[in-house]
Design a protein around this ligand. Structure first.
Ligand SMILES: [Zn+2]
Length: 128
């Protein structure tokens, strides 16, 4: 069997956490808001369930929050280092950047959350 792609590459390309080949989202276009959350029920390659229980992705909100804080910190550092302390300019620029990146934050939060949950589940199972 061919070697699995790296963890970083699999997350960046939104692949299944188990086989790292099947795509997590049906439509590759992030900015098609009608299909932004559309995922196949199971991985087309390894049949891993992408939606194990109703409301599963509520937990992804925490990941989404962490990503947003990270983006805000980077925006702040860039603006602070270039222009110094600019409170209102930062708040407005950061809001625009965060709003524009909502589709990316949404999908990557779901993807990372699924990776985290799967990592914990596979660690808690007894080894054969
Ligand atoms: Zn898979």
């Amino acid at each position: 069997m061919a070697q699995k792609p790296s963890l970083t590459y699999s997350i960046l390309t939104l692949r299944c956490p188990k086989c790292r080949e099947g795509k997590l989202f049906s439509n590759p276009n992030f900015y098609n808001l009608k299909t932004i959350s559309k995922m196949p029920e199971k991985c087309p390659v390894c049949s891993l369930e992408f939606n194990p229980e109703p409301g599963f992705y509520w937990g992804a909100m925490y990941v989404s929050y962490a990503i947003s804080v990270g983006i805000s910190l980077i925006t702040f550092l860039i603006m602070y280092l270039i222009w110094g302390w600019l409170t209102w300019q930062f708040i407005i620029t950061n809001a625009i950047i965060l709003l524009a990146l909502i589709p990316l934050t949404f999908r990557y939060a779901r993807c990372i959350y699924l990776y985290i949950v799967l990592a914990f589940e596979s660690n808690s199972k007894p080894t054969p």
